[in-house]
Design a protein around this ligand. Structure first.
Ligand SMILES: NC(=O)c1ccc[n+]([C@@H]2O[C@H](COP(=O)([O-])OP(=O)(O)OC[C@H]3O[C@@H](n4cnc5c(N)ncnc54)[C@H](OP(=O)(O)O)[C@@H]3O)[C@@H](O)[C@H]2O)c1
Length: 349
């Protein structure tokens, strides 16, 4: 069955990546867009050939043709949109982060479960072909027991420009989910855990934050202990525009090196294509991969989940765990101690 979607938040991310790829997705019709400003919504709808423009969520949810919403609004609105969508019987695929806290994420999960609608969060990098292949090799034991993993994600932006909360939601702690450790570090630690098929259990972190409430970290390094004993190091940065994105996964009989994945962070196409190098006793073998249309793949998997075939790529309970890792990281930052993720997970789910 074709799924009919409404986009909330026709901003930069939606315009550059999400919507062009949604338009190419199978079994997908993007039939509506919601903007707070009708003129802006109409311009976006015209550019991307979207039939309906709404200026409030209530109007979107009254449209009985809409099956699912894709939420690309600021972080602080995600949970209320998921809960309202569930109440209207619509499925919700939410840009990361799923919520601003574990506590409010639980409310969204309960609302969606109660109404029997799907709730997923977009951790798009999981779809990259090079990541999928590395994960397959690791899970099939091709590098043996994984002992050590290193993932680094710098944004190629220079330092974010000074902004005020009234002109830029990213400067408003009620709208923006954390500094670098949460807003880009979540991509780094989620990729690390996803690649090796383990869960993060303990965390410690160092950052350059000069304030801790709310933290204003621009550079962070996290040391992670995973469920099968692997040690992970995940780094993220806004302040090092020339840094690369090397990932290294070291096992007892081989090493995998991934370069140039997360191509969309730089505006895919400017970089060499992603590569995967396997190093073992026979030498080093490199393969190149095309950059993947991660948002198209994300939407297609969500459609399948709605149609009863599997689950969203990152289902809500995994989005919740990623938030718990974030809360553990900020606890570790504030206390200068190791934090256990289990202590930040809700008891009731
Ligand atoms: N998966 C990823 O790698 C990735 C990458 C980038 C962004 N994101 C996520 O995507 C979401 C959007 O990011 P973005 O970079 O596209 O932001 P953006 O350019 O600021 O777009 C957000 C849009 O949301 C709408 N909006 C609704 N209420 C708003 C409010 N109170 N304040 C500001 N805008 C409001 C605005 O459209 P109208 O003014 O027309 O209503 C705005 O254009 C965020 O949650 C971000 O974390 C994820």
């Amino acid at each position: 069955m074709t799924i009919r979607w409404a986009l909330l938040g026709p901003g930069r991310h939606a315009d550059r990546f999400v919507v062009p790829q949604m338009k190419r997705a199978g079994d997908t019709e993007l039939i509506a867009v919601m903007s707070r400003d009708r003129t802006r919504g109409e311009a976006f709808a015209q550019k991307h050939e979207i039939a309906s423009v709404y200026t409030s969520l209530a109007e979107v949810l009254r449209d009985r043709h809409v099956d699912a919403i894709y939420d690309a609004t600021p972080d602080g609105l995600h949970v209320q949109h998921a809960i309202a969508s569930a109440a209207a019987g619509k499925h919700a695929l939410i840009e990361k982060p799923l919520a601003m806290s574990v506590r409010e994420c639980v409310d969204a999960i309960v609302a969606c479960r109660t109404r029997g609608v799907k709730l997923g969060v977009v951790f798009n990098q999981r779809h990259e072909a090079v990541h999928q292949e590395a994960r397959r090799m690791i899970l099939q034991g091709e590098i043996g027991e994984v002992k050590l993993v290193y993932v680094q994600i710098p944004l190629r932006l220079t330092m974010p420009r000074p902004a005020s909360p009234t002109t830029n939601w990213r400067a408003d702690p009620k709208m923006r989910y954390g500094g670098i450790a949460l807003s880009i570090g979540d991509h780094a630690h989620d990729t690390l855990a996803y690649l090796i098929g383990q869960q993060i259990e303990e965390v410690s972190i160092f950052t350059d934050a000069s304030r801790d409430d709310p933290p204003n970290d621009q550079v962070c390094g996290m040391v992670l202990k995973l469920s099968k004993g692997t040690i992970g190091y995940a780094a993220a940065s806004f302040a090092t525009p020339f840094a690369r994105r090397p990932f290294e996964i070291h096992g007892t009989i081989g090493t995998l090196i991934i370069e140039n994945s997360f191509a969309y962070l730089t505006g895919a196409g400017e970089d060499p294509t992603p590569s995967l190098i396997l190093v073992n006793e026979t030498g080093a073998a490199a393969r190149r991969f095309a950059a993947s249309e991660c948002f198209r793949l994300e939407v297609e998997q969500f459609n399948r989940a709605i149609n009863g075939q599997g689950e969203p790529t990152t289902p809500a309970h995994e989005g919740l765990r990623i938030l718990a890792v974030g809360e553990a990281l900020y606890n570790a930052m504030r206390t200068n101690r190791v934090a256990r993720v289990a202590e930040f997970l809700p008891k009731e789910l």
